[in-house]
Design a protein. Structure first.
Length: 224
């Protein structure tokens, strides 16, 4: 682990008091998680097989949003602080990644998986992705206390084009783009990419309807 990454991990634990998961920023959203997942679906838990390090769940698939799935699917959930607490007989919305030749799901960092009765807004967001714009968005904050830094200029370039955005009073920026690959570069001195940015600002590859999420840190403009 590099020195800068160790610093970010220690900083995050100091800010949150949580040792279970190190979370990327900005916080995950459906328009990002959907395209990162190998499978997105709703399903009812029909069985579980507990092991020392993980629990294997079998779910009867109710609705498929992403991925090639049969009528039932097995999903592994680690027995750690980021685990999903799935109950037999209940229906869930799951965003599952593929690793080690199987599907895995977790709930670290307030991800979008969860009980289907609490997922109406997320399911509506999934259905809206087909008509949603493709965007690059993010925030610039101070490193120590996450206060917004307004007035920061950033250049977004890719697909043979380049444009400039400026952070608002919330330290946020957003630009609609065509699907493709882009880079995001701060033009304001003293602003750098956060080590745990959700997307790497140097290379953000987007599909139709996807949002690229990037995080930068810097000193308040009054200190410059």
């Amino acid at each position: 682990m590099t020195r800068s990454l160790r610093h970010s991990v220690v900083l995050w634990l100091a800010l949150t008091g949580e040792a279970g998961a190190v979370c990327s920023q900005p916080a995950p959203r459906v328009c990002s998680e959907f395209f990162r997942a190998a499978a997105v679906f709703t399903g009812v838990v029909t069985s579980r097989l507990a092991g020392d390090d993980e629990t294997q769940f079998t779910l009867q698939v109710k609705e498929r949003f992403r991925g090639a799935l049969g009528e039932s699917v097995d999903v592994a959930v680690g027995n750690d602080s980021g685990r999903l607490d799935l109950k037999e007989g209940r229906e869930y919305l799951l965003f599952a990644r593929r690793a080690r030749g199987r599907l895995e799901a977790a709930d670290d960092c307030a991800g979008s998986s969860g009980p289907v009765e609490q997922a109406a807004e997320r399911i509506a967001a999934i259905r809206a992705l087909a008509d949603a714009p493709t965007t690059i968005e993010g925030r610039v904050t101070t490193r120590m206390n996450w206060r917004p830094v307004p007035g920061v200029k950033l250049e977004i370039s890719g697909n043979g084009r380049a444009g400039t955005v400026e952070t608002d009073e919330r330290g946020a920026f957003r630009l609609e783009v065509a699907p493709g690959t882009y880079s995001v570069r701060p033009l304001t001195p003293g602003v750098t990419a956060f080590d745990l940015s959700t997307d790497d600002p140097r290379r953000v590859t987007l599909e139709k309807g996807q949002c690229g999420l990037v995080q930068f840190v810097g000193a308040p403009m009054s200190d410059r």
